[in-house]
Design a protein around this ligand. Structure first.
Ligand code: PMV
Length: 329
């Protein structure tokens, strides 16, 4: 085999962000917005990475006296390449094969929007390079190496992103353990605010609020844990879409009480409910980033509402498949 293309999905946290930091459970889902990596053997002994299409949000053009100014955080795109390099190193450690590798990336997942772009890049790199070199890895093993990549590049990671994105579908996470929940389609639309909060900083702020007012804040975190378990029951047992929507709304309210929502996020959350979503909430760390709306039968209206409220709608669906090989040549 000379060339392999692999893809990996992005993710959203359906329930339980922030409270998961305090040992409570969370439910995450893979989304069918993907990163593709083509890996090819290279004659020379080096690793070459080509970023064809990495979506960096926030590109702004401004014009003054016939001059064009471009503003975008290309640093974020460069950051992604660190994950590719580490992921390749980890796979090469598994084999005696001595070869150069050329990688070509294209991604539909916006970088820095909280949709798991770095874990997708790590997972797709691991899948394509291991397949190219004839190393057999299960999806779970790919997720574990993806987690190792994140730990090495960013210093800390619960592993929830690389794991759900490797396995696909829905995952219940608690105390480092992952359990797959039976697949559900769940019609959703994402709303992107155009900016992203700093996850580490937001986690620190929540910690400070818990320390300042433990009597008030600790029951909120506990309640968030309870609602994740209730959601799991709704997903696994007798499916109750109305209840699921209600729990999303409660989760958003509690995240707001922790102080991680913003006006932009809440504007999108309320606009989508007015447009007929059964439930909606911010997803991920908050402070910007994305929200999602659960909108059976109303997804077109909800997309329009997101746009009118100043966000960018991202149409996607829950991905049944995690990492997969797209092409072998
Ligand atoms: O910003 P994201 O999508 O990586 O989500 C962070 C989720 C938190 O619960 C806030 C932090 C964590 O490590 O679980």
């Amino acid at each position: 085999m000379d060339k392999v293309t692999a893809s990996a999905p992005g993710k959203i946290i359906l329930f339980g962000e922030h409270s998961v930091v305090y040992g409570k459970p969370a439910i995450a889902a893979s989304i069918d917005t993907r990163t593709f990596i083509e890996a090819e053997r290279l004659e020379e002994d080096r690793i070459k990475i080509e970023a064809n299409d990495i979506k960096v949000p926030g590109l702004t053009l401004s014009f003054k006296e016939d001059q064009i100014f471009m503003e975008a955080d290309y640093g974020k795109a460069a950051e992604i390449l660190g994950y590719v390099k580490k992921a390749v190193d980890l796979v090469l450690k598994e084999t005696d094969v001595d070869t150069g590798i050329s990688l070509s990336i294209s991604s539909d997942i916006p970088v820095g929007a909280g949709l798991g772009s770095s874990a997708a890049v790590a997972n797709a790199t691991i899948a394509s390079v291991s397949e190219l070199l004839g190393i057999n890895l299960t999806n779970r093993e790919i997720g574990e190496l993806g987690h190792e990549t994140e730990l090495s590049v960013q210093g800390n990671s619960s592993g929830i992103d690389p794991m759900v994105q490797a396995i696909g579908g829905l995952i219940y996470y608690k105390d480092g353990n992952f359990k797959q929940i039976p697949f559900r389609k769940l019609p959703i639309v994402l709303g992107y605010t155009g900016s992203k909060g700093n996850t580490g900083k937001l986690v620190e702020e929540v910690k400070k609020r818990l320390e300042e007012d433990p009597e008030v804040m600790e029951p909120i975190v506990k309640s968030m844990g309870n609602l994740v378990d209730q959601s799991r029951e709704s997903l696994e047992g007798k499916f109750d879409s109305e209840k699921l929507g209600r729990l999303m709304n409660i989760n958003h309210g509690l995240l707001s009480a922790l102080g991680v929502s913003t006006k932009e996020l809440s504007d999108l959350v309320y606009a989508t409910r007015t447009a007929g979503a059964l439930g909606s909430k911010l997803t991920g760390a908050g402070g910007g980033g994305c929200m999602y709306a659960y909108c059976p039968g109303r997804c077109d209206e909800v997309s329009t509402a997101i746009e009118v409220a100043g966000g960018t709608p991202i149409s996607t669906k829950i991905a049944k498949e995690g990492v997969r090989i797209e092409k072998r040549e």
